[in-house]
Design a protein around this ligand. Structure first.
Ligand code: DNO
Length: 358
């Protein structure tokens, strides 16, 4: 296991590499070329520049999150061939630069969804939150506008203004679009990538749908253990794997996180570990990482990852906004650093317990 932190690049992140370097046990960052539109080829020089910047700070790139997938690939349109070629070229360029992990998602139109970006908790910390009732009452454009206003001047991944500009058209394209169709387009995409992943030893790690159910009527497929294992079987190649995100699968209380981890043994290439506090079945807020602050047992989750021999990068996920920090909601420095230290502590204890009697 390698503890890492997500970093959006110096032009977009309020957190600096030198700050990340001071978090005990963090040597790797998960990063991206944040200005790239889905479908655009990532050039080698741009990747190299990013890598050099990270390395100059005494860190290394542990993986990319995300190389976003062009909508035509999800929709299975004829133009997908061109965009798949571009994706393959990006993978080649990443591979040539020694990068071996790519996280991506296959959610139609937009990425993860929250209804509040700064819910105030009892202790004054603010957190991301989700209430199904609010989604049911809103149209997507309204949700987007309220999210944009709460972003502390940052841009939320998956909700970039260019993408949102065409949101109405994007929704129309998915009218009557079934989950099965989306799933088979995902399989088609992955099959096309596998040869190049084999050649460059690149692990593809799909991020789950968040929350783990359809939002605004859009189909969603990466939601539970059955769908994940189905995907791993359909494209039965070690390079086709999973980003195990506790806070995404965990939105559905029917998902048993530890059982799912065991079922995915050998194919979890990346893990996002965070905690949720539920108020009712489809209403939750993002708690501190500490087990006692939310509803997940972080010890059992880390133990399950340890027990399956997980050896990829982990990152603490969305943090609370604390100590007056102003940052991209979920992606400030302080609470994620606390999360990294806590998860590292759990891991050390689990590891030593398995080795020493006293
Ligand atoms: C949210 C993130 C997602 C994730 C993408 C991966 O905080 O976990 O935006 O990066 O879904 O493609």
């Amino acid at each position: 296991m390698e503890m890492t932190l997500r970093w959006y690049g110096s032009a977009h992140d309020t957190v600096t590499l030198s700050q990340i370097r001071q978090i005990p046990g963090v040597k790797g960052v998960i990063t991206t070329l944040y200005n790239k539109a889905p479908g655009e080829v990532w050039q080698r020089e741009e990747i190299r520049k990013l890598k050099e910047e990270v390395e100059a700070a005494g860190l290394h790139i542990a993986g990319i999150e995300s190389v976003n997938v062009h909508e035509s690939i999800k929709l299975g349109k004829p133009e997908r061939e061109e965009y798949i070629d571009n994706y393959v070229q990006t993978l080649i360029n990443l591979g040539e630069e020694g990068i071996h992990l790519v996280c991506y998602n296959f959610m139609p139109v937009f990425d993860w969804t929250r209804t509040e970006m700064a819910k105030v908790r009892e202790d004054g910390a603010t957190v991301l939150a989700y209430t199904q009732k609010k989604i049911d009452e809103l149209i997507p454009e309204r949700l987007f506008a309220s999210i944009r206003d709460d972003m502390n001047g940052t841009v939320m991944p998956g909700w970039e203004p260019e993408r949102m500009a065409n949101i109405k058209e994007a929704f129309l394209e998915y009218e009557g679009f079934s989950k099965e169709r989306l799933f088979s387009n995902l399989v088609y995409f992955l099959r096309a990538l596998m040869p190049v992943c084999g050649r460059y030893n690149i692990n593809m790690a799909i991020h789950p749908d968040d929350p783990a159910w359809p939002v605004f009527g859009l189909p969603r497929i990466m939601t539970n253990c059955d769908m994940l294992t189905r995907l791993l079987k359909e494209v039965d190649n070690e390079h086709n794997g999973i980003t195990f995100c506790t806070g995404s699968y965990g939105t559905d209380r029917a998902n048993d996180l530890c059982e799912t981890i065991h079922a995915l043994k050998g194919r979890i290439h990346f893990a996002h570990v965070r905690n949720l506090k539920f108020h009712s079945e489809r209403e939750f807020e993002e708690a501190a990482h500490l087990s006692a602050d939310g509803d997940f047992d972080m010890y059992r989750i880390m133990k399950a990852l340890y027990d399956i021999g997980f050896n990829g990068p982990i990152r603490p996920d969305h943090g609370r906004m604390i100590w007056g920090e102003k940052a991209m909601p979920g992606y400030g420095l302080y609470d994620r650093a606390l999360g990294a230290a806590y998860l590292n502590g759990l891991w050390e204890a689990i590891e030593k317990q398995s080795r020493f009697r006293y």
